[in-house]
Design a protein around this ligand. Structure first.
Ligand code: GCW
Length: 665
């Protein structure tokens, strides 16, 4: 009888726990069961108060002593943790370091890794670890898929949403120490005095969490807001204007980080409008900020419609300027040479700018990876980049944020893992994708071994799955016009920029498919170091994953797998679909470990992802099949949709909860 009662109680408890709903708003910071924890802080301050509160909220029955110690780490934000005589001793030369160490302890406890044998020494790989928000003053977010901007500009500085502090806390917990508040397609109004007092309000909230504020600036701001006749970086009035603006900013925000600039790119103004170089423009701004300790992050994302190969242009334009930038300028380069595609080779500009500071820009928001509908864990993609670009050759790191006003911050519960992984990799690029996935899962959902292992594997496979069902074998940019969600390899808009059309990239014909960037084609391969150049240049040695990036390949070409190109394409697309089917299956078995609300939400999104994977596969195989003249091999699943119907379909991106269901039936 007793046994039965116990079983009933356990069952009920289990039931209640699972039925209990979580909306995801607590992110990975869900630990609330802190008890009997003693925390000694070296002095009272806003930062130390946060550290103490966090430890007391999350840790159970331990004693932690935070020590301010100049010798504890060579880097300001570094720290050490050890265990001595019943106390965890945490030391750092900075308050920020002590805060990071506190979050480290909390993370270790949540992951079940905290032992008295602890001996941790940590310091960040980069001093600047920033999020880039593509947020506009009107509350919209360019390429944002999780609601509106977090910044309520019309309410600031008077009303301060609770979310600002929660945002800062989440960032600090993973070591992010900077935020660029506004879109690189920057509204000049951000630099007006009316906005700067709002920016100051945010900076004041973020400061105790170790987060500095930066702004994106429009290069023509002096003309637009103050009627100057020019924005020429060599014009004296222009230089004086920027200096005064810098003084104004620093009088409000003494630790202001600096400017991020998109110039002469996709219609933005810049120094080239006046016959000046990117270096002239960047240096002028750098001089304005220099005495205040500010920096310029100058983007290398440039391409003009005239050039024959977009992939070559950033290199061609920036390489000759190497060594000409001031010390407080960092060239911010996207990881790949085109634009955040599901897979790109690394941008050859890395490693080509030996005498300049460089930083990588990753995209956390899933502009080209299924928005916040698809579960795509991005750490493997970023790790792949670091295989080619040693992390210690970079000076800083940026990630385009995926946050918004959605309750769960990122739209998809699993998109939170990308925010988390960006922070963790920015701190330590040597962590593995698996390690990061595991610690995130344990904190966000459950520490159950079976759950963690299955879902970790699902996560680490998800990026390759997306590459397979969207753009395998080096295909790129075959998205629909007007949005970057679904497939439209056939898209051809009269009068549009040719380099915004899919056919520019896939070049499909009866002969074959792919972009010839070999030495017989655009010769983009020549921008890579000689060892890589020779591998990529030769069709026989070019890795399958980049083959259609670097070559226009005959349909009958024998791939490394032994399949012909056409057959291999069919296999890859089908593998992508099978992987997502598997993900649905794996997730379906995790009900016992996840609260109902999040379980259902993820299940529903996986269903959308599966529909979309089929949509991608069918659209691409049916369309490219018209060129190859071949059928899908008999051992592969055949497309079920009708090509013409898919061509006629227009996705309403304002309402695409389940874009595909039933549309082509
Ligand atoms: O990929 C393109 C995006 C634009 C973006 C641009 C950039 C902010 O589609 O939305 O603009 O890149 O990175 O500047």
């Amino acid at each position: 009888m007793k046994k039965i009662c116990l079983a009933v109680i356990i069952f009920c408890l289990g039931g209640c726990i699972n039925a209990f709903s979580e909306d995801g708003s607590s992110l990975w910071l869900r630990q609330k069961g802190g008890k009997n924890t003693r925390v000694v802080i070296p002095f009272e301050s806003a930062v130390m108060k946060i550290a103490r509160d966090e430890l007391q909220k999350a840790m159970k029955g331990v004693s932690v002593i935070l020590k301010y110690d100049k010798e504890a780490s060579a880097k300001e934000e570094g720290f050490s943790i050890k265990y001595e005589k019943g106390n965890y001793i945490v030391s750092s030369p900075s308050e920020a370091g002590l805060l990071y160490a506190s979050y480290h302890l909390i993370r270790m406890e949540a992951a079940g890794e905290l032992t008295t044998g602890i001996n941790v020494k940590e310091s960040p790989a980069y001093g600047i670890r920033v999020l880039n928000h593509w947020d506009n003053p009107d509350g919209t977010i360019e390429r944002g898929y999780a609601g509106e901007s977090l910044w309520q500009w019309d309410e600031l500085p008077g009303i301060r949403s609770e979310r600002y502090e929660q945002y800062a806390r989440a960032n600090a917990s993973v070591g992010i120490n900077g935020t660029v508040l506004n879109n690189v397609n920057a509204s000049p109004s951000i630099l007006t005095s009316a906005y700067l007092i709002k920016v100051k309000a945010l900076a004041d909230i973020f400061r105790p969490y170790g987060i500095r504020v930066y702004l994106s600036v429009n290069f023509a701001t002096p003309m637009i807001t103050d009627n100057l006749a020019t924005a020429d970086p060599l014009d004296n009035d222009v230089r004086v204007w920027w200096k005064k603006k810098a003084d104004e900013i620093y009088s409000l925000i003494p630790d202001f980080g600096g400017f991020l600039v998109k110039a002469n790119s996709e219609g933005q103004p810049g120094p080239c409008d006046y016959g000046r170089s990117h270096a002239d423009g960047a240096n002028m701004l750098a001089e304005a900020l220099q005495s205040h300790g500010g920096i310029i992050m100058w983007r290398a994302f440039v391409y003009s419609p005239e050039d024959s190969d977009r992939a070559k242009q950033a290199y061609n334009e920036f390489k000759p300027l190497d060594g000409k930038f001031h010390d407080n300028v960092i060239i911010q380069i996207k990881n790949g040479p085109i634009d955040f595609q599901p897979r790109e080779p690394y941008s050859p500009l890395f490693g080509a700018m030996h005498r300049s500071k460089t930083m990588v820009e990753f995209q956390i928001t899933q502009e080209y990876l299924g928005f916040s509908n698809h579960l795509v864990y991005l750490a493997p993609m970023w790790k792949e980049f670091f295989e080619f670009v040693p992390h210690n050759t970079l000076n800083a790191i940026a990630g385009v944020a995926n946050t918004g006003t959605d309750k769960n911050w990122c739209g998809h519960h699993f998109a939170q893992s990308n925010w988390y992984a960006f922070g963790r990799l920015a701190w330590n690029p040597e962590l593995t994708s698996e390690e990061i996935a595991e610690e995130w899962l344990k904190q966000t959902f459950s520490a159950d071994n079976g759950f963690v292992e299955s879902v970790r594997d699902l996560m680490t496979e998800s990026r390759e799955a997306a590459v397979n069902y969207m753009m395998p074998l080096g295909l790129h940019h075959i998205f629909a016009w007007g949005h970057h969600y679904g497939p439209e390899p056939w898209c051809d808009i009269d009068g549009a920029r040719p380099d915004w059309m899919p056919s520019y990239y896939h070049n499909a014909s009866e002969k074959g498919i792919g972009f010839d960037r070999s030495s017989l084609g655009s010769n983009a391969v020549a921008q890579y170091p000689p060892e890589l150049k020779s591998i990529y240049d030769d069709l026989r040695t070019c890795p399958d994953e980049y083959i259609l990036w670097f070559h226009n390949v005959p349909w009958t070409h024998k791939m490394q797998s032994g399949n012909t190109l056409w057959n291999e394409l069919c296999v890859r697309y089908n593998n992508g679909v099978s992987s997502v089917r598997k993900f649905c299956n794996i997730w379906g078995k995790q009900k016992a470990f996840v609260d109902d609300e999040r379980f259902r939400s993820v299940s529903a999104k996986l269903e959308i992802q599966l529909n979309d994977a089929v949509w991608w596969r069918d659209a691409c195989l049916l369309y490219f099949g018209e060129f190859s003249g071949k059928n899908v091999p008999s051992d592969q699943e055949k497309p079920g949709y009708d090509l013409q119907k898919m061509k006629d379909f227009r996705l309403d991106i304002t309402n695409f909860e389940s874009p595909l269901n039933g549309y082509f039936e």
